[in-house]
Every structure is written in structure tokens, then in C-alpha cells.
Ligand binder design. Structure first.
Ligand code: HEC
Length: 236
């Protein structure tokens, strides 16, 4: 009952009654009237939620990486059919390969791939790295897996040194580093796939001695591009 509409009633002007009426909370704000499910959300909970939403938004903005799948998995191979998958794999292999090269090979063969005269042979234009002449991609993979020692010729220059085995590297790391070496510094060799490395690794009995040039020369030449040309030609 609103006291202002009720001026005629006997206690309409009773100040005590007015105070009681005015101070009575509106029904809708009286928490006692609500039970269980319909209880209003406490203000402090709304405040904490807003702070959390704000923080989550900032977190996603900084760390989501644009929600691109390859941000989380550098080795992801494109799944879409057509052109994308053909170019995506070699690009990723080169990225992996550059890292492997800088960490493991550059100390001797140098970041320029030019090596050091008389000690470490060059990879730039090397018939070994590019599988020219009697050299095959299989010899190259075997060379990386188990090392190389004794007298060799690279670009008409003699070397007589030793390279340690790298068979602790994964198929993908070896494929990566070879793909990188064969396409860097003006080299224009074809990529090498992890599957090809796995095949050569499986075909090569484990050994404790590094290869010599004559041992490798005795093994028939194989090329990755020939091994795979019947199914998928590697991107040039
Ligand atoms: C400790 C120094 C050293 C490291 C590290 C090294 N190599 Fe070698 N590499 C050599 C030497 C020395 C030879 C020549 C061996 C000989 O004289 O018989 C050689 C030969 C080669 C050859 C054949 C010859 C040529 O120049 O093309 C290739 C290819 C090659 N290394 C690639 C690599 C790759 C790839 C890595 C990294 C995974 C690597 N090497 C790491 C020292 C090294």
C-alpha cells in the first residue's frame, strides 16, 4: 500500500508509519524472497569473473599464435590435397635442416658451406653433396649415418681427414640437413625425404668404422628421385 495515495486513511500522516513504509525494501531486492536457483549473482563474483575474462583475453591475444596449427607443430605436413602438400614438406625440412646444420655441421663445414681448405671439404658445389658422377643419394645418407675417413677428392682437391658418424640424428633431421645443404648457397640438388633416409638406414648394417671412399664406391648408386618417381615426384 502506497501511503501517498492514501491521504484519507486515519494514519496516513502518521510519521512512524511512513518511515516503516519508506524503509521497507522493495520486494524484488529482498534476498529472503529468492530460493536456490533464482538467487541473484553476488557482485563480487561478477567482478572476479570480469577480471578473469579480461586476463583470458589478454592471454589468448599474446599466446594463441593466431590459432595456426603449424605454430604448435613445426613438423606438421599440410593435409590438404593439391599443390599445398607438395611445397609444404620441403619448406619444413629446410627449416629443420638449417637448425641441424648450424648446430652440428657448421663447426667444420662452416656456415658458408665452404669448409676450410685442406681440412674440411666444401659442401657448396660438392659432387658428394649433390650426388654427381659415381655419387648417389644413398652414399650421401650412408656418409652422414656412419661418417667418412681417409683420402677423398672433393672438387678436384684432396682431403685426408675424418668425419664422425651422425646416426643419432632422426630420419627427419638427416633428410632436413641434406635437403638444406643441397638447396643452400646456390646448390640446386633435389630434396631428400625422411622415408628415403629410413630406407637407407634399414639397408645399411650398423658399423663402428667410418666409411672409406673405396667402400662407398663399391656400392651401386641410388637416387632418391628415381626411387620415388613412380609414386610422387619430389618438388624441384
Ligand atoms: C668434426 C668436423 C665435421 C663435422 C662436425 C661434420 N663434418 Fe662432414 N666432413 C668432415 C670431414 C673432415 C670430411 C672429409 C672426410 C675425409 O677426409 O675422408 C667430411 C665430409 C663430408 C661430406 C662429403 C664431402 C663433401 O665435402 O661433400 C659431406 C656431404 C659432409 N661431410 C656433410 C656433413 C654434414 C651434413 C654434417 C652435419 C650433420 C657434417 N658433415 C658434420 C668433417 C666434419
Amino acid at each position: 500500500m502506497n501511503p501517498l495515495n492514501d491521504l484519507n486513511s486515519s494514519d496516513a500522516l502518521n510519521p512512524e508509519r511512513d518511515l516503516v513504509e519508506i524503509n521497507r525494501p522493495p520486494v524484488s531486492l529482498n534476498p529472503e524472497k529468492y530460493s536456490g536457483f533464482f538467487r541473484p549473482i553476488p557482485l563480487w563474483l561478477i567482478a572476479i569473473s570480469m577480471v578473469l575474462f579480461f586476463w583470458a583475453g589478454l592471454y589468448l591475444a599474446y599466446y594463441s599464435g593466431g590459432f595456426k596449427a603449424n605454430v604448435y607443430n613445426a613438423e606438421l605436413v599440410a593435409w590438404s590435397g593439391g599443390g599445398a602438400s607438395k611445397t609444404a614438406a620441403p619448406i619444413d625440412l629446410r627449416v629443420i635442416g638449417k637448425k641441424v646444420f648450424v648446430q652440428n655441421c657448421a663447426v667444420c663445414h662452416q656456415e658458408t658451406g665452404l669448409g676450410i681448405a685442406g681440412q674440411y671439404p666444401p659442401l657448396v658445389g660438392s659432387e658428394w653433396a649433390l650426388s654427381k658422377g659415381w655419387h648417389g643419394d644413398n652414399h650421401l645418407v650412408k656418409n652422414i649415418l656412419y661418417g667418412l675417413q681417409g683420402p677423398i677428392i672433393v672438387k678436384n682437391m684432396p682431403y685426408n681427414n675424418a668425419m664422425a658418424p651422425w646416426n643419432q640424428l632422426t630420419d627427419q633431421q638427416i633428410a632436413g640437413v641434406l635437403t638444406y645443404v643441397r638447396s643452400e648457397w646456390g646448390n640446386n640438388g633435389s630434396p631428400i625425404s625422411p622415408e628415403f633416409v629410413a630406407k637407407i638406414r634399414a639397408n645399411t648394417p650398423p658399423r663402428t668404422e667410418a666409411w672409406t671412399m673405396s667402400e662407398l664406391q663399391a656400392i651401386p648408386r641410388e637416387l632418391f628421385s628415381e626411387a620415388t618417381s613412380s609414386t610422387t615426384a619430389p618438388a624441384k
